[in-house]
Each structure stands twice: as C-alpha cells, then as structure tokens.
Design a protein around this ligand. Sequence first.
Ligand SMILES: [Zn+2]
Length: 113
Amino acid sequence: MKDCIFCKIVEGVNPAKKVYEDDDVLVFENINPVAEIHLLVCPKKHIESFLKIDESFSLTPMVEATQKIISEKNIQEGYKLVFNGGKYQTVPHLHWHLLAGKLEDNEDVLNKT
Ligand SMILES: [Zn+2]
C-alpha cells in the first residue's frame, strides 16, 4: 500500500534490520526497542489491523516465523507477543511485537508491557 512504512520496508524501499523473511512474512528489529529483543513480525500483504483479519488471511505463517525465532534466539523461557490496536497501534499495517529480555530500565519486560 502506498505511503505505508511497513509496505515500504517489505518492498525494500525503506531500510530495516531484517531478522527473518519468507514469502509471506517479514521480521525486523524495532528502531525504538524497549527490550533487549524487540522485533516486529508482519505479513508482507498489507492488512490494516487485527480487526481486519478474516477467513481470507491466515496467521499461520506469522505464527511459524515467530516460533522459529523464539527457538533460534533461545528465549522459550520468557517472551511476550503484543498486538496493539486503535490509538495504541502506531503503524496501520498488521504486526505483533516479540519482546524478550530486559527493558531499558532493567526491569523485566514481562512485568512492564
Ligand atoms: Zn502496509
């Protein structure tokens, strides 16, 4: 979609530190991390938000990519997935946050987000 920051990252127009990519999913580092590991998992297809998901869209590729990263980063013991919506969703392209490790203030991310 035109003017969508995440679509531009998917298309390679905007830069991002990519962590994982396949035909359906892109995972990259959040430019303003709030934890040691703070990744954004998004579909390559533009979908505006969680509320726009319907039977024509499968979350399975995002789930499988996230499972793979959790395993690769060895964070099975403590991680968090966050979907923001409405006023809390800053980019109108479906994504969830994968968070693990300490926050900048050294408190545990699991207790703070
Ligand atoms: Zn988009």
